[in-house]
Design a protein around this ligand. Structure first.
Ligand code: DAK
Length: 258
């Protein structure tokens, strides 16, 4: 892995773990951190020994949003040309599954980062919010769109228009997180989930992630047609042959990723 100053990386079996690490600034997502995060994600995405990725912060904070100090004097042209939003798009383009392990605050861009991931494991202390309205702005990295698609219009309006923070329990009730666990367990739980996923057939995993994401972006008719095409495509893989043969032979499959 490259040399990073604002994140820490570790490998746990087939899982790449990225810890956001600007604790004194509550892991505010400055441009260095976002660049390093996307570089580390790209490294793990290209590594054939890695099957899934976990992004976490620390017990107190996942990330408190974009760095307010860095953007307080920005012009619209600065915001447009900084490339900041392209970094979020790069996270979205990662082909391997990404799990956010969230404890404490996930605010603004930090909440948007968690929602850009594919699954969210939360500690009981997790708190989610879009407080941009307090700064005279609105969410700019998907908050108004991803949140609304997940929790619906009415809750999203309260979160975005009135800085309503969501507890972990509320987030679970609204379908925003996969599970809520005691704070001592949240990272292990996310790593175990990621490890299970990482053991699965790599090409099917990639296609499955794409197909689920497609559901959020197309009509049902187009989505079903897309699903059917990629379903047929998987019958061209060695893993499909192996998976079905292993089932019939009553043994665990050995995935080749081909
Ligand atoms: N940026 C910079 N520093 C931050 C920060 C942030 N977002 N959040 C916290 N910090 C820093 C504080 O300044 C403080 O630093 P020192 O004063 O000690 O040097 C330290 O972290 C601890 O913060 P507090 O003293 O405030 O700690 P508390 O426990 O009292 O409160 C808090 C914790 C997380 C509730 C509070 O710090 C807070 O409300 N933070 C701000 C949260 C926020 O408003 N987040 C939204 C930021 S706006 C874009 C797309 C998207 C975005 C930008 C561009 N493009 C399309 C280009 C995203 C925008 C945002 O996320």
């Amino acid at each position: 892995m490259g040399e990073y100053t604002t994140i820490l990386t570790e490998t746990h079996g087939k899982v790449g773990l990225i810890r956001l690490n600007r604790p004194r600034a509550y892991n505010a997502l400055n441009s260095t951190l976002m660049r390093e995060l996307t570089a580390a994600l790209a490294e793990y995405d290209a590594d054939p020994n890695i099957g899934a990725i976990v992004i976490t912060g620390n017990e107190k904070v996942f990330a408190a949003g974009a760095d307010i100090k860095e953007m307080s004097e920005a012009t619209p042209v600065d915001m447009l040309t900084s490339g900041y939003i392209d970094l979020f798009d790069r996270i979205r383009a990662v082909r391997k599954p990404i799990i956010a392990a969230v404890s404490g605050w996930a605010l603004g861009g930090g909440f948007e980062l968690a929602m850009t991931c594919d699954m969210i494991v939360a500690s009981e202390t997790a708190k989610f919010g879009q407080p941009e309205i307090n700064l005279g702005i609105i969410p700019g990295a998907g908050g108004t769109q991803r949140l609304t698609r997940t929790v619906g219009k009415y809750i999203a309006m309260e979160v975005v228009l009135n800085d309503r923070k969501l507890t972990a329990e509320e987030a679970a009730r609204f379908g925003l997180v996969n599970r809520v666990v005691p704070v001592e367990r949240y990272l292990d739980e996310a790593l175990e989930l990621a490890q299970q996923i990482a053991e699965r057939a790599p090409i099917a995993l990639q296609i499955a992630k794409e197909a689920v994401n497609k559901a959020l972006e197309t009509s049902l008719t187009e989505g079903l047609a897309y699903e059917r095409r990629v379903f047929y495509l998987l019958f061209a893989t060695e893993d499909q042959k192996e998976g079905m043969k292993a089932f019939l032979e009553k043994r665990p499959p050995q995935w080749s990723g081909k």
